[in-house]
Design a protein around this ligand. Structure first.
Ligand code: HEM
Length: 231
């Protein structure tokens, strides 16, 4: 256990922890997007998917707790790194670089914490059913929780679409910088590769943004409706 604290205390260890937890969260973002895109398969596809997740039983709880722990460690390591950057007393010739990295880590902290706040709102909306509660209790004709109905009714509200789109922009900005930092931590830092990695980061973040936003957008504009087709 001691080695874990030592790892956390060193800047390189913190960066490694950020990279590992970051890639795990990135994996979740991709897996969750793949599941959510089942909305385009209609109510049966989406509700059956939700049931298959519930049927994982205790394993689902292990995954949820693992996800929560990963988020907390990611935020903890980010806070330590930001503090280390701020506390650093750079000798003059490295000052410029240090100021730049502090600004970057501050903006990552802002976008990251906003994504975390959005996630709590999102859980209150679609997992706990506290927001738009009446849409969260429906069951379909097979007696399953009607996740499809809950999502479609939610995205027929303009303010919900607005909040989700803003959150997805912030998520994309966070991912774009996160992807660059990830490769830098792995040691990919070469004038020839940097522009390619930079562009790949932008490309991947844009695809994830478009994937997620396609859901509220198609519902809001009536291309996806309650019967699975347009409304
Ligand atoms: C258009 C965008 C999104 C849609 C339509 C969506 C849809 C859903 C739905 C339907 C659930 C509840 C599943 C159920 O209870 O059966 C859920 C849970 C969840 N979503 Fe999303 N989601 C979106 C974006 C995101 C994003 C961007 C994140 C993370 C940054 C996220 C994180 C989560 C988490 C952590 C859960 C809880 C999973 C669990 O209960 O085990 N979602 N989402």
């Amino acid at each position: 256990m001691n080695w874990l604290f030592r790892l956390f205390r060193s800047s390189i260890g913190c960066k490694g922890i950020m990279a590992l937890t970051g890639i795990a969260l990135f994996g979740f973002v991709i897996a969750h997007l793949s599941g959510n895109l089942l909305i385009f398969g209609g109510p049966d596809a989406m509700n059956a998917y939700a049931v298959s997740l519930r049927e994982l039983g205790p394993l689902l709880w292990v995954m949820r707790l693992g996800l929560l722990a990963t988020v907390l460690v990611h935020i903890g390591a980010a806070m330590r790194l930001t503090r280390q950057n701020t506390d650093a007393r750079p000798v003059p010739y490295v000052r410029r670089q240090n100021v730049a990295s502090t600004a970057a880590s501050r903006s990552m902290m802002m976008t990251g914490l906003t994504v975390a706040a959005y996630t709590v709102f999102h859980l209150a909306h679609l997992t706990w059913g506290f927001i738009l509660h009446d849409f969260a209790t429906a069951v379909d004709d097979q007696g399953r929780h009607d996740v499809y109905y809950m999502v479609v009714k939610g995205f027929q509200q303009w303010w919900m679409v607005f909040l989700y789109v803003v959150a997805m922009v912030i998520l994309a900005v966070h991912l774009r910088h996160g992807i660059s930092s990830f490769f830098q931590t792995l040691g990919f830092n070469h004038p020839r590769w940097n522009p390619i990695l930079e562009k790949s980061g932008i490309g991947v973040a844009t695809l994830i943004f478009l994937g997620y936003v396609s859901i509220p957008a198609t519902v809001f504009f009536g291309l996806v409706g309650l019967d699975g087709g347009g409304s």
